[in-house]
Write a protein that binds this ligand. Structure first.
Ligand SMILES: *Cc1c(COP(=O)(O)O)cnc(C)c1O
Length: 488
């Protein structure tokens, strides 16, 4: 977004129209002229803008910059991991052999694509320590549903029909209880203790013969590594349950901690977050499910297998079935594969190191200015509360809006639900110290503005093309294209 708004794009293309102006001059006819279509097929009243090519380019380029994006702005939207997506990922995904392949193409003609999928399964199995991998699911929430259905299938296959409950911490992402409920489970909320870990006493209370499993996000949505996690897994297993891992926060653990080593049985990854596919606005994603070999027979189909020579598609023996058409979101899988291959083992490990370093650097710089409800070393993100600012008249929402005037995308607000006035900030590993310093300074300046000029903050943003949207209406009745005024 340009500071002060982009005047040029405020004028619609049609309003710039000058009769007779053209963008493209057609070459002289070098084929026999044909009669025009029948008059009945032609419209005379269709108003098309008569503009030059540069005007069209400026108009659409201007429109494309009205929004915030990772390629134009720092985007510290907590939990979403809006890090930089290296362009090489797109270049490889756009290779004609990948972009042009048809999902119905015979296996014999698709060996290269299947090899890529097979290798990606292997990398994700290695990264999570959960070697059985299905790439079929298309989003984090979709992976959660897949994992929950696997847990259900596992208990039913053991004749264990009484396991109807899934326990989920009160800090969880909203998709967790929704996925467990969609898979047919009753959701039980698990309290967090004062340090933000799972409350072990609360866990003991639910760990009985009706517990199918727990869903744990590690690190949690508070940006904290649950220091009791091994004990949590032990308690659940002892009660006959399984442990599901929401791996949306793997950015914090890559190359250092494997969920399988800690005791998790099945987990999903968000390739569009941790493995750098452009996302937001509901674009294509991928939420592969990684499981122990014990749960491998239940994975969603298809799985790519190899006999050492060629690659095949395979449906596991007790598979929960298909959860998507064909092989999942192939383009996203190519991007994740490229990202992993270009970084290599050492590069992958440096992601988590730098993500955690950046978050702690920011958290320490803002400690005392913004309240930290769980004041301990954080992982890849830190959750503040705007309670101190609210006392002076500006809530978390106001502060987030004011950040737009400083040229920063807002952090995640009002989530997790257990933190009042939550501001959840994830700087990611791909930003420089200089950018993070500017962001820190902006939050310090806004805190001062809250005292000195509360109205300025409460009426923000002042520099964006639109200020305060009706977010519910924007989601339900999106206004995505220009339409001519209705004719009388
Ligand atoms: C993003 C996220 C999800 C859901 O992932 P989608 O790909 O948006 O469906 C689940 N849990 C956590 C912690 C997340 O951050």
């Amino acid at each position: 977004m340009q500071q002060g708004g982009n005047r040029k794009t405020e004028k619609l293309l049609l309003e710039r129209s000058v009769p007779g102006r053209v963008g493209v001059v057609m070459p002289d006819l070098d084929v026999p002229a044909q009669p025009p279509p029948d008059d009945a097929l032609l419209r005379n009243e269709l108003a098309l803008p008569e503009v030059s090519e540069p005007e069209v380019v400026q108009y659409f380029t201007g429109l494309s910059q009205l929004n915030f994006s990772i390629d134009t702005h720092f985007y510290p939207l907590g939990s979403c991991t809006m890090k930089y997506n290296p362009k090489i990922n797109d270049e490889i995904a756009f290779q004609p052999g990948f972009a042009g392949i048809h999902p119905m193409q015979p296996i014999g003609q698709s060996q290269g694509a299947l090899e890529l999928l097979h290798k990606l399964q292997g990398f994700l199995g290695e990264i999570t320590g959960l070697p059985a991998v299905s790439l079929a699911t298309l989003a984090g929430a979709h992976g959660e549903l897949g994992g929950m259905l696997m847990i259900r299938a596992h208990h039913l296959a053991n004749g264990d029909t009484g396991r109807t409950k899934v326990a989920i911490p009160d800090s969880a992402h909203g998709t967790n209880p929704a996925s467990a409920a969609m898979a047919g489970f009753e959701v039980v909320e698990l309290a967090s203790d004062k340090d933000g870990n799972v409350d072990l006493e609360a866990l003991h209370e639910v760990a009985g013969p009706d517990l199918a499993g727990v869903m744990i996000t590690l690190p949690s949505t508070l940006g904290l590594f649950d220091t009791n996690i091994v004990e949590v897994c032990r308690i659940v297993h002892e009660a006959g349950g399984l442990v599901y891992g929401d791996g949306a926060n793997m950015n914090a653990l890559l190359g250092r901690v494997k969920l399988g080593d800690l005791g998790f049985d099945v987990a999903h990854l968000n390739l569009h977050k941790t493995f750098s596919t452009p996302h937001g606005g509901g674009g294509p994603g991928a939420g592969p499910v990684c499981a122990t070999s014990q749960l491998a027979p239940y994975l969603a189909a298809p799985i790519v297998t190899t006999n050492g020579g060629s690659y095949e598609l395979f449906t596991p023996e007790k598979s929960i079935g298909k959860l998507s058409s064909f092989h999942g979101n192939f383009g996203v899988l190519v991007r994740a594969y490229t990202y992993i291959r270009t970084l290599g083992g050492a590069g992958i490990k440096s992601i988590s190191g730098n993500a955690v370093l950046n978050a702690n650097y920011m958290m320490n710089a803002l400690r005392g200015v913004y309240h930290l409800p769980y004041d301990r070393t954080c992982m890849h993100e830190a959750v503040f509360s705007a309670d101190l600012q609210k006392e002076r008249g500006a809530s978390g929402l106001e502060i987030a809006k004011r950040l737009l005037d400083y040229g920063f995308h807002a952090p995640t607000m009002y989530f997790p639900l257990i933190v009042h006035e939550a501001l959840m900030i994830e700087p990611t590993e791909s930003e420089t110290k200089e950018t993070i310093d500017l962001f820190i300074q902006a939050l310090i300046d806004i805190d001062r503005e809250v005292t000195e000029n509360t109205e300025l903050v409460n009426n923000a943003p002042h520099t964006t093309p639109v200020a305060r949207l009706d977010e519910a209406k924007a989601a339900r009745q999106p206004d995505l294209r220009w339409q001519p005024e209705a004719a009388d």
